[in-house]
Ligand binder design. Sequence first.
Ligand code: SF4
Length: 368
Amino acid sequence: MADSTGYEAHIDRLRGLSYPVGVYRPPSEGGSFSLLLRISENCPWNKCTFCNMYKGHRFVYRSVADIKADIDTVRVMQEEITAISRKLGFGGMVTREVARAILRADPPVDRDHSFAGMFNWLSSGGKTAFLQDANSLIMRPAEFVEVLRYLRERLPSLERVTSYARSKTLAQRKPEELQAIREAGLDRIHVGLETGDDEVLQIINKGVTSDEQIAGGRKAVEAGFQLSLYWMTDLGGRRRWRQHAENTARVLSAIDPHYIRSRPLVPRRGTPLYSEYEAGNLILSSPHERLQELEVMIGNLDVTSRVCFDHAMNSWTDGRGRLLFKQDYEGYQFPDEKEFVLERIRRGLSVDESSHVSVDELIAMGTF
Ligand code: SF4
């Protein structure tokens, strides 16, 4: 039978507890309800012309002590919520009923962003964490190792810990530093590669060369990380589409990451790239032209990666109103499914172009 004695005491201890949570994380981490923890704040580079994620926000290097304090807060919240569940007769399971009981007793908790994240994380088993913000590898390696060890020790239910990093930073790290970070408990790194073409890299001010991308990517794979790389269809526009496609395939093939994720370009208002687009200096491709670029990129890929289209921007259809590509987080296994993906591209090219969503429509819909 449920024991309600002391239930209020747990609510009291939960009251006022929170920890900072950033805005951005990869979609796959949302799908798995990862615990979000801020290792640093915003982006230390913050100069890519297509990106508005952290504009106007200065980079903050967080101290080990502050991050450990946040991890302690997560641990206490986890213990208190689990204890409340037991008192309510749910045996430690974090269910909707448990959340409702907490919010009834202390409605202000509902307004706290970290509570919602914590609740979703616990209710899905507390298995994964994503370390924010844009480039956790910027942290001094010894400090990052200390944070990761503490995280794994204090939150032992974690089975997977992931983070964002820049290729440039990966290239700058020594192999033994990356290995130490891997062994301390970071499993997967998400990197915005965007393009492997040096001219386009310069135009978008990515702050990295294709040689550095390859060096950083290979180092990450050799250190034992799962590597997830993102690229942007049409980032070179009509003028540079072929070099963008061929060089992106060249860089991805040289790295052979675990995941390749497609994010077709949709210019974001307020960015330098959007101004170029508005001024007519960047001419974007039509839906069929984008598929042709994709055909060249995929055709040139020589990888054993999973190739994914896990975002709504991959909106091409097959003429019957169905999406051309599945949008799940595991995508297609290459090289086995390469021909299948190429066949889907040819299918998309065979239907009337007006049945695909145009870039203008994507901008209008705000699908990004
Ligand atoms: S490194 Fe990433 S977060 Fe930083 S400006 Fe470039 S795209 Fe944006």
